[in-house]
Design a protein around this ligand. Structure first.
Ligand code: ASP
Length: 345
């Protein structure tokens, strides 16, 4: 079904004023600076403040009334759970405010897909929430951050973005937070939604959606952001693997383990036995895949039912970890209840 909708109009057009968009800066390469303009790998992330990021994009004044906030200045490889709590709680305050029409978050690319999915499941509102980032630092020749920021604000200011869950605007495309993943270490076209594709695009001030998100998000989830983060870790399956890693995690008291399996979530026999033992001790075990595209089918009688495992469906291991943490924090227990949650979100 083609659900194409497009919009160039502002969300708060009733009064004729431009929409009021909060821009929350958290760091990343978009706020990175290097000693010279040709340096796009040896730079410091997260050092350029939000005011300077906005100054680099004068065209923003024709799109929205910007309300900047510096939330953090981190390289997103170091994203912390406490910062997730701070960010989501602040977005919830802004979404509830009559003075704000949408929210943009500038972020590093490295863990953007995890933060985006976390927000998709925990922010409460139908106003647009849009993340963006950059592959080249602010100081670089042909920096991609300024156009990505302009496009993110344009999406957040558009009526068409309402009720679409958390979005990622990057390199002219609009992705759902649930589906988007980083797929390149260096290219400016670094994000894709494998199998599914982008929701739409933004170009020259025009926002166009081609499809809608169908899985539950934002106001339709049972998840509430808090400071309680159950310890969930990720292990990978590979040739010649041993059970050492899983046993160490269980001994350390983890509540859950996501396994980045081979292929369709298959697991080396050594790790699988260790995970089966972990499950009998009450550790939640979720099977995802290291492949990067496709989904992990529940394998029922072959293993999941027998061993008490949960399949992650089309969530990659990093997003599956986010969902498992939220599910455990919400009080879900047991493979049946957890599988219902994974099937829903
Ligand atoms: N290390 C950076 C970060 O994620 C990379 C980037 O933003 O592209 O913060």
């Amino acid at each position: 079904m083609n659900t194409s909708t497009s919009s160039t109009s502002a969300a708060a057009s009733a009064s004729g004023a431009l929409p009021r968009i909060a821009v929350l800066a958290t760091g990343g390469t978009i706020a990175g600076s290097a000693a010279d303009v040709t340096n796009t790998s040896g730079y410091q992330a997260g050092v350029v403040g939000v005011e300077r990021l906005l100054e680099a994009v004068p065209a923003l004044s024709g799109v929205a009334q910007i309300r900047p906030e510096q939330i953090a200045g981190v390289d997103s490889k170091d994203m912390a759970l406490a910062l997730w709590t701070t960010l989501a709680q602040r977005i919830n305050v802004l979404l509830a405010s009559d003075d704000i029409d949408g929210v943009v978050i500038t972020h590093g690319t490295d863990t953007l897909e995890e933060t985006a999915y976390l927000l998709h499941l925990t922010v409460k509102g139908t106003k647009p929430v849009v993340l963006t980032a950059a592959m080249r630092p602010a100081s670089a020749l042909s920096a991609d951050g300024p156009l990505n920021l302009l496009n993110a604000v344009t999406v957040a200011a558009s009526a068409a973005a309402h009720g679409q869950g958390v979005l990622v605007a990057f390199n002219n495309r609009i992705h759902s937070a649930r589906d988007v993943v980083k797929t390149s270490t260096y290219a400016v076209d670094a994000f894709q939604s494998p199998e599914i594709g982008a929701l739409g695009w933004v170009q020259d001030g025009r926002v166009e959606f081609q499809r809608k998100v169908v899985r539950a998000h934002t106001v339709a989830t049972e998840f509430v952001i808090g400071a309680n983060w159950p310890n969930v870790e990720i292990v990978t399956s590979y040739a010649g693997a041993s059970r050492l890693g899983v046993d160490a995690l269980v001994a350390a008291g983890v509540r859950g383990i996501v396994v980045a399996g081979t292929g369709n979530g298959s697991i080396h026999a050594s790790i699988q036995q260790a995970l089966a033992d972990a499950a009998t001790q009450g550790v939640a075990v979720v099977r995802s895949s290291r492949v990067g595209s496709g989904h992990v089918m529940r394998n029922g009688a072959a293993a999941d039912d027998v061993l008490g495992f949960v399949s992650a469906g089309s969530l990659n291991p990093y997003k599956a970890r986010v969902l498992l943490m939220l599910a455990l924090a919400a009080g879900a227990t047991g493979a049946v209840a957890l599988q219902t949650i994974f099937d829903k979100y």
